[in-house]
Design a binder for this molecule. Sequence first.
Ligand SMILES: [Zn+2]
Length: 295
Amino acid sequence: MPELPEVETIARGLASGADNLIGRRVARAHVAWKRTVAKPSAAAFVRRIAGQRVVAIGRRAKFVRIQLEKDTLLIHLRMSGDLLTGYSQEPLGSHSRLQIWFKPLTPYPLSRKAGEGKTKAEEIRNHAALQLSFQDPRKFGRVWLVADAESVLGALGPEPLEPALTPSRFHKMLATRKRQLKPLLLDQTFLAGLGNIYVDEALWEARLYPLTAASKLSKQEAGALLRGIRKVLKEGLRRKGASIDWVYRGGDYQHHFKVYQRTGEACPRCGTKIKRVTVGQRGTHFCPRCQEKTW
Ligand SMILES: [Zn+2]
């Protein structure tokens, strides 16, 4: 499942390059798999999105957030979702659940013939309808079109890279929780954007045993954990995420994991064999020496 760096990479891709969606106005939409649209109904979605212009594109937690003139389009990729763009009247991708076509950026100049004074690629970009396709083989992904984004995002915890999340605030957040670190850090209402990969990597960076109760962490340990989380997220972002299970935007963070899916291999810090345990049904990878159980 894509986590913060992967979703951020996808969101940045939609707001840059030749297929940049910002400033484009929706011509029409088609919902091929009705349950893809969580809110409103598929028919209302198609009606409401038509005519709205894309104002901004960002990310909150693991949601791609596309700000339109009136509404916010939120997309959660879940297990197998992906967003494709291209110039085609046919749905892009073999498992496209939702398509949104945008109006050409500039009206076609009637006084000029196609291709005149421009390259073919520029002609197509400027005058053809760009499609955003939500590709999702496993059908777990969901989209929302809502006037108030907080109605969907309101319960989420803080963003780990936000400066407002200070080490002392993070320590206070942990101090009130008796849950084990691994499941707590996966809980999106506690902290937003982390999943199995980045939690395992962050706990290794911070030298913390994944089953430690959150409330047991000292101020120093909480600080180390926040630094570890930020370090692995920034490294993931720099590498455009990890390409696991399906194709990404050239992300290669999977070649730089320290513990995740490295069971039995040597810890890069101390050489001890990486262990795997199951915590709350999730595979958890750690170094039994660096991340020693301390109670
Ligand atoms: Zn180690």
